[in-house]
Ligand binder design. Structure first.
Ligand SMILES: Cc1ncc(COP(=O)(O)O)c(C=O)c1O
Length: 409
């Protein structure tokens, strides 16, 4: 028989009936299925992220205190380090410790404003003239760093009928963005002459090489002193990311600008910061068990069969994999928390599935909640997973798929 679309549908419908797939109801599962959320996620197997506002706010307080109570510009770039940029901004917006937010992409800055965030947001990237206009007219503060900007900002100011709020982006040695510090002075003098430009601040990024960081800081401070001697105010200085907040207190300047540690991860490996001021992990990466099965001696697991059962053993499958942003290198010792117990990841983590080893008994069942990353046990903290798998902790957060549903608890 020729396979037309119509008879394909007819035969597959018949097949489904004959397979008699049992329907599954979370209602039968008891407390492990009780998500504190409304709506559709309650009845799904698909993975999701739980964002933990109290922990993120707690971490902001820790960083603020560590810096000697400097105002915090919260970095929410890269989708709020995986947790959602608007989520992060909403969580932090009303804290008196938070001076504002910073991101790199035009659309992020504008959508944060459109979401009703009250504190200022700083755009730390490049934009077209049209995008700079959109940013300024949405009250986004602009980073400026090149010689064409005075003319552009004057024309923007004419259209918006107010001076443009800016921060001078100084390259003190990162060689990534900003005007090189050694040729910044004449440019700053020129910018400072314009009545259309408000210089609210000046900033730089560290290379996070402890010795060179000191030299970079000196370069910014010298420039600021030179400007002051010419009666130019470079505004509030800021440079410190999470690493500097912990390890370079002199760099706290007028404001700090941390990202990763707001979300509960330590910037260095192996997390020296935990002893200085511990943080709370700001999210959970969750999925539900979709299959529980016993392997016979000699049965293998996943692509390449890298795991072979030495004796009969129970395993469970989770519907989350590296395409969702879970660690490809999880088999190097990562564990997953189910019903209060840790189970090791075995075999190759595939795009959409991860397998865990349960041991001699099927201690978990289909539908049980599995937490792959979260605050609930030290072995599933992102910084621990980073250490044991040799994965950057930034990747553990930022590489979570933006498609994962997020629930702000
Ligand atoms: C310019 C700038 N400032 C601050 C940060 C925050 O850094 P961290 O996440 O290490 O705290 C970043 C992040 O890469 C950045 O690019």
């Amino acid at each position: 028989m020729k396979t037309t679309r119509k008879n394909f549908l007819r035969t597959s419908a018949a097949l489904a009936t004959s397979l008699a797939i049992p329907s599954f109801s979370f209602a039968n599962l008891g407390s492990s299925s009780n998500l504190k959320v409304n709506g559709s996620l309650k009845n799904r197997f698909d993975p999701w992220i739980e964002v933990l506002p109290e922990s993120i706010r707690y971490n902001a307080g820790v960083l603020h205190n560590l810096s000697g109570k400097k105002p915090v510009i919260a970095v929410i770039k890269n989708n709020g380090y995986g947790l959602g940029d608007i989520n992060a901004a909403k969580i932090l917006d009303d804290m008196p410790e938070i001076a504002g937010f910073a991101a790199v992409k035009t659309d992020v800055c504008i959508s944060v404003k459109e979401a009703g965030i009250k504190k200022p947001i700083l755009h730390m990237g490049m934009a077209t003239d049209a995008d700079f206009y959109d940013l300024a007219s949405n009250n986004v503060q602009l980073s400026i760093f090149d010689s064409r900007m005075r003319t552009l900002l004057e024309s923007i100011s004419k259209r918006t009928k107010r001076p443009v709020d800016t921060h001078l982006y100084i390259d003190t040695g990162m060689s990534r963005m900003g005007i090189p510090y050694h040729r910044a002075m004449p440019w700053i003098e020129d910018i400072a002459k314009s009545k259309s430009i408000n210089i609210l601040g000046s900033f730089m990024g560290f290379t996070e090489d402890p010795e060179f960081d000191k030299e970079q800081l000196k370069r910014l401070q010298n420039l600021n002193a030179k400007a002051a001697s010419k009666k130019i105010n470079m505004g509030r200085l800021h440079a410190a990311s999470s690493n500097a907040v912990y390890h370079f207190p002199e760099a706290s300047l007028d404001m700090i600008r941390p990202g990763i540690s707001l979300y509960g991860a330590y910037p260095t490996y192996p997390k020296k910061e935990e002893k200085i001021a511990p943080l709370k992990v700001g999210y959970r990466l969750n999925a539900r068990v979709v299959r529980v099965e016993q392997l016979r001696t000699g049965d293998s697991v996943s692509y390449g069969g890298s795991y072979v059962a030495k004796s009969p053993v129970w395993i469970a499958a989770l519907p989350i994999g590296h395409a969702d942003g879970y660690l490809r290198k999880a088999t190097k010792g990562a564990k997953v928390l189910v019903n209060g117990n840790l189970y090791p990841v075995i075999g190759y983590v595939s795009a959409s599935h991860t397998i865990i080893e349960l041991g001699n008994e099927p201690k978990v069942k289909v539908g049980d909640l599995a937490t792959l990353v979260g605050p609930d046990h030290p072995e599933i903290h992102p910084s621990h997973l980073s250490t044991i798998t040799g994965t950057s902790v930034y990747d553990i957060l930022m590489h979570m798929s933006a498609r994962l549903p997020k629930i702000v608890l």
